[in-house]
Design a protein around this ligand. Structure first.
Ligand code: AHR
Length: 499
């Protein structure tokens, strides 16, 4: 394939927040994951230092918390200060000790040097409870909640800029679900109170690609919103844990940006595309495995709804399929940098996350290395390029339909603070290497290829088993006559600098 372009033809500058993550009170993400006060690997505040180092290495820009479905019956006031009582989390049907609350979360964000992004309870919560939370976090010393924070040992405000009203409140599974009319009204009233407490906040609200939901939401509350939240898990295996194999996972890359396109279209039709950006604030190839939890069926035992969650943490299942898919979606987020301002990989730690914790250390799953490649090796100014002779591949989707796909997904970016060009080149082809030639005006120099591919599509990382890591290759002087070879099932970043 030949990639054509010109260093002068920019799409725009992508926001660093598109490489964000999410952490929910679900299974071992927080307790026994990033927050483990009993572990010798934890610091004085109970945070696992190995996990924090790994997240800092991929420059985590923003961390969404506390849910997810969890938040829709969560009351933040029960989890600050010295008097905390465990509560029964009605979303995930387990007891939460409430020992990790707002102040612990903010401490964690400070240590990670990332932005906090709090998702509020719009299920059983009220507009007032949400705005009290903003008061607690952001007001200097006015009001009883700001004073409560000071009493709890935090004299300076937490300065939380990003807030989202609700999580998936459209879904039957969500505690306190709403219809589209109720939603627009609740968001408007909540946003009004939040902005009255702190007008510098940026607000999002739970949405999806449904026209009725979004039109009502934006008509009612569009004036108050800066963001609109959407989620997607392509492989819907919450009930079955029946993973799409490599080929089926590649089929999910067909029109991977479809949800973005739909929301972009609506925002544009409503004249809001310059005011409201998309926060793709939960995404992952695989839906989390939590069978039998969102059900009214009686007699369900913990063996049926709780213990199966351990299966999310089978490291052998996070292979090059996950890595290649993840890279394709990151390319799509970058290409849509004018409308997507934030995204949060769901989750950061354990479950389907890119980091797995165990008592003696961590495993960096294949997807971790994709974030490493994009956050540490790619530029931030996205270029407009086009492909000649794109190879095709035929795959069978999970629904057993044959789909023809481009075998490569290529994104070019330059840096805003230094010369040179970086190319994220994903080769989805499971068997064949693919040659890539570059004809981009204004570039030249020595090339380096940083890549992950593993020895097979099934390569994975586990405890004492590291098959996938970033490899490096010197390409010498780059010329359009000598193609760069992209290994099968690989994610590559090619850097060309004038050094
Ligand atoms: O399956 C986990 C959940 O996915 C999150 O809690 C929710 O927001 C989404 O439906």
């Amino acid at each position: 394939m030949i990639l054509h372009g010109d260093m002068k033809h920019e799409i725009g500058r992508r926001s660093p927040l598109i490489y964000g993550h999410f952490i929910e009170h679900f299974h071992r993400q927080i307790y026994g994951g990033i927050y483990d006060p009993g572990s010798p690997l934890s610091d004085e505040d109970g945070f696992r230092t190995d996990v924090m180092d790994a997240l800092k290495k991929i420059r985590i820009p923003i961390l969404r918390w506390p849910g997810g479905c969890f938040v829709s019956s969560y009351h933040w006031k029960d989890a600050v200060g010295s008097e905390r009582a465990p509560f029964f989390d009605k979303a995930w049907r387990v007891e939460d000790p409430n020992s990790f609350g707002t102040d612990e979360y903010i401490k964690l964000c400070r240590k990670l040097n990332c932005q906090p992004y709090i998702c509020t309870n719009a299920g059983t919560g009220t507009a007032e409870e949400m705005s009290d939370w903003v008061e607690y976090c952001n007001l200097e010393n006015e009001g009883k909640y700001a004073r409560w924070r000071i009493k709890n040992g935090f004299s300076s405000p937490h300065k939380v800029k990003y807030w989202s009203i609700g999580n998936e409140n459209y879904g039957f599974w969500e505690i306190g679900a709403k219809d589209s009319r109720e939603w627009g009204r609740l968001v408007k009233e909540s946003a009004k109170m939040i902005k009255h407490v702190d007008p510098t906040t940026e607000l999002s609200a739970a949405a999806l690609t449904d026209l009725d939901w979004n039109i009502r939401l934006l008509t009612e509350a569009g004036d108050f919103l800066d963001w609109i939240s959407i989620h997607q898990y392509w492989d819907p295996i919450n009930q079955t844990n029946d993973y799409a194999d490599y080929e089926q996972s590649m089929a999910y890359t067909y029109r991977i940006g479809h949800s973005i396109e739909k929301v972009r279209g609506l925002l544009t039709a409503m004249g809001l595309e310059k005011k409201i950006k998309i926060a793709f604030d939960e995404w992952n190839l695989r839906g989390w495995y939590h069978p039998n939890v969102h059900t009214i069926q009686q007699g369900i035992t913990k063996e049926e709804y709780l213990y199966p969650r351990d299966k999310n943490d089978d490291n052998t299942r996070y292979t090059m399929a996950d890595a290649v898919f993840t890279a394709c979606f990151l390319n799509e987020l970058n290409r849509n940098c004018d409308i997507v301002g934030m995204a949060n990989y769901a989750p950061a730690v354990n479950t389907r996350g890119c980091i797995f914790t165990h008592p003696q250390g961590i495993v960096l799953r294949t997807t971790y290395h994709v974030f490493d490649l994009y956050t540490n090796y790619m530029g931030d100014v996205i270029l407009n390029t086009w492909a000649e002779d794109m190879p095709a591949m035929e795959v069978e989707s999970k629904g057993h339909q044959k789909i023809s796909l481009p075998a490569l997904d290529i994104l070019a970016a330059k840096w805003s603070d230094r010369p040179g060009i970086s190319i994220a080149a994903v080769n989805k082809d499971p068997k064949n290497s693919q040659p890539l030639s570059l004809k981009i005006s204004g570039t030249g120099g020595r090339g380096k290829q940083f890549y992950i591919s593993g020895s097979s599509t099934e390569s994975y990382n586990d405890i004492h088993h590291e098959e996938v890591k970033i490899l490096e290759k010197d390409l010498g002087m780059i010329s359009d006559k000598i193609p760069i070879i992209l290994p099968p099932h690989s994610v590559n970043v090619i850097q060309i600098t004038n050094e």
